[in-house]
Design a protein around this ligand. Sequence first.
Ligand SMILES: Nc1ncnc2c1ncn2[C@@H]1O[C@H](COP(=O)(O)OP(=O)(O)OP(=O)(O)O)[C@@H](O)[C@H]1O
Ligand SMILES: [Mg+2]
Length: 244
Amino acid sequence: MATNNVVELHGVTRRFGAVAAVDRLSLEVRQGEIMGFLGTNGAGKTTTIKLMLGFTHPDEGTVSILGGAPERPATRRRIGYMPETAYYYPYLNIHELLRFYGGICGMDTATIRARSARLIGRVGLADAGRRLLRHYSKGMLQRAGIAQALLHDPDLLILDEPITGLDPLARIQFRDLLLELRGEGKTIFFSSHELSEAELICDRVAILKHGALVWCGAVHEVAGDGAQNLERIFLRQLGEEVAP
Ligand SMILES: Nc1ncnc2c1ncn2[C@@H]1O[C@H](COP(=O)(O)OP(=O)(O)OP(=O)(O)O)[C@@H](O)[C@H]1O
Ligand SMILES: [Mg+2]
């Protein structure tokens, strides 16, 4: 079946005991788009991402990533992933960290070195390149995580709360980076609690509530006063009152 969907979830349910962390979720991410994945704490965003990566499996439904099962090595190589909370070896610097991950990905040393230098500059860590990760601030670790996710030039980026912890300058740089990557034809899926940021960056957003999809669409296509539309959509979908 010809499709330009990079991610396809059909009727996916993942239970933990009595809790359906993901509840009959059907979702498509199209080639070349930036999709934001929103929801309150515990809505099921991270669990969905783990299902997309093949780290956990659905009790019901199917997950297709880049046309196949997420656990296929050929698929994995095309995915860049940044976890919600990353634990890096504390006694490495960012160059060593990227050399380590590049090696795991099977990249050659020259390519790792060239891409690392560019990415470290791109995420604003050039001046901190020789410092140990154990001395990095939260936002600096976030930046390191973004560089790590991009190292092997993936076609699909899956980022779990990439904006959390970034200062305003880093947010602007991150936004520019995502738009640049989209310009290169990459597909980006990221979870966030930052509605205004998601509204600025995303082509489409999906809103999850108790594991179920309650809204999915393009924010700019929703009629409104042009300001904070996503916030209104979000509150309405969650059944909260919105001030007139
Ligand atoms: N390994 C697990 N064992 C038991 N319950 C789990 C497990 N992982 C997730 N859950 C439960 O599944 C639900 C969804 O959790 P998940 O981490 O996917 O939410 P989230 O949307 O990423 O939240 P947050 O915004 O806080 O990161 C929660 O009720 C959580 O307690
Ligand atoms: Mg989460």
